[in-house]
Design a protein around this ligand. Structure first.
Ligand code: SAH
Length: 360
């Protein structure tokens, strides 16, 4: 397979669909092409994507060749694809500069949820997270974010996700301009047309980003990675607590107007005591938040111990008895490195062991 084209900053795939259409329209009119051509070309960006313009066989060959010159279509290269026995598929995408990012496709009944990355690496260094361990590499472009959905669809159109969650690598609200555009691509009818209620942005609570996200008129969902019911405990596992403290994050979440989910990863002896459930219940009731309990994926945190399934169930019950809606996420893809950031860490480790480093 040839190397995918490197996307110029002005790639059509880096624009919200409406702006890409305008740009194509201006270009088509400038070339004296019939007006309908712009629409025909635009649908090949997201709604009926093609891997390259050559595949858009409804267009004249000369136009396809010209499009390839003027508007090259960047790609993400599937470096590793792991399929779990439970149907979960994990992708490691290679970007044009060699960085690698992950997505996970999680089928469940009629739903297919794609978990996507917003940054290569992550600066937040949460103690339980594999991505945090590798540190921050760079922000993704809008195309590199929405492109994770595009590539999934190109590989298999029937895998088109019904739901998208920003729970892969990175902190979406530290890359707001690109995430902002990617949200438009995911939601717009001339993008992927995924309902806003089926798109969730997960964040530790970056306050300026939260304000920008709240200002969008669509009913996108917000998930706050809480993971501890008090500022002191949160500080122990999430360094960002120093900058954006729990109380301020909760205030911002309250201003969000839409229903909020708290994510809470269960770590033995750290945040799983009955008193923690009681404190968490108070916070959740204050905001009318749903609590999504995540079993600690051991791959992300070799030095931390997961809470036992029995203790997790008891913790969830304790929340429910206090009037809080709580779900326990089934750990999916345990056999395929499916924790946030884990596939890239594991792939790099295996490569290091397989091929000794060259040079000095
Ligand atoms: N930075 C964003 C989104 C990426 S992480 C955020 O923090 O919300 C997506 C979710 O996966 C977060 O709730 C994160 O805490 C959780 N997560 C990370 N590592 C994990 C692990 N080892 N086990 C279980 N959940 C984990």
């Amino acid at each position: 397979m040839s190397e995918p084209a490197v996307g110029p900053p002005s790639s059509l795939l880096d624009l919200p669909p409406a702006r890409a259409r305008d740009r194509l329209h201006a270009w088509a009119t400038g070339r004296g092409l019939p007006a309908y051509r712009a629409g025909q070309v635009a649908r090949r960006l997201w709604t009926a994507p093609v891997a390259s313009w050559a595949d858009a066989t409804e267009l004249p060959a000369a136009l396809r060749a010209e499009l390839a010159d003027v508007f090259p279509l960047p790609r993400l290269c599937a470096d590793v694809v792991q399929r779990s026995a439970d149907g979960t598929v994990k992708f490691l995408w290679r970007l044009s500069d060699g960085e690698a990012i992950e997505s996970v496709l999680i089928p469940s009944g009629n739903r297919r949820t794609l978990c996507i990355s917003s940054q290569a690496g992550c600066a937040l260094r949460c103690s339980f997270c594999a991505t945090g361990r590798m540190g921050f590499r760079r922000n993704l472009s809008a195309f590199e974010i929405a492109g994770q959905v595009r590539e999934t669809v190109l590989r298999n159109p029937s895998d088109k996700p019904t739901n998208v969650v920003f729970m892969g690598m990175g902190e979406p609200l530290l890359n707001w301009p690109a995430v902002d555009t990617a949200l438009s691509v995911l939601n717009a009818p001339d993008g992927f047309g995924i309902g806003a209620r089926h798109i969730t942005v997960s964040t530790v609570g970056i306050l300026p980003g939260l304000a920008s996200f709240a200002a969008r008129p669509e009913q996108f969902r917000l998930a706050i990675s809480l993971h501890a019911p008090t500022s002191m405990q949160r500080l122990g596992i999430m360094p960002i607590e120093k900058k954006y403290a729990l109380d301020a994050v909760l205030e911002a979440a309250r201003a969000f107007r839409k229903r909020v989910t708290f994510e809470y990863v269960m770590i033995a002896g750290v945040n799983d005591a009955p008193a923690d459930a009681d404190a968490l219940a108070r916070l959740a009731r204050r905001l009318g938040a749903l609590v999504n309990i995540l079993p600690l994926h051991p791959g992300g945190a070799p030095d931390l111990t997961p809470t036992s399934p029995q203790a997790i169930a008891a913790f969830a019950d304790r929340l429910r008895h206090q009037g809080v809606e709580a779900t326990v996420r089934r750990s999916r893809g345990l056999d395929i490195d499916a924790a946030c950031g884990q596939l890239r860490v594991e792939t790099e480790r295996r490569r290091r062991h397989a091929a000794p480093a060259v040079g000095i």
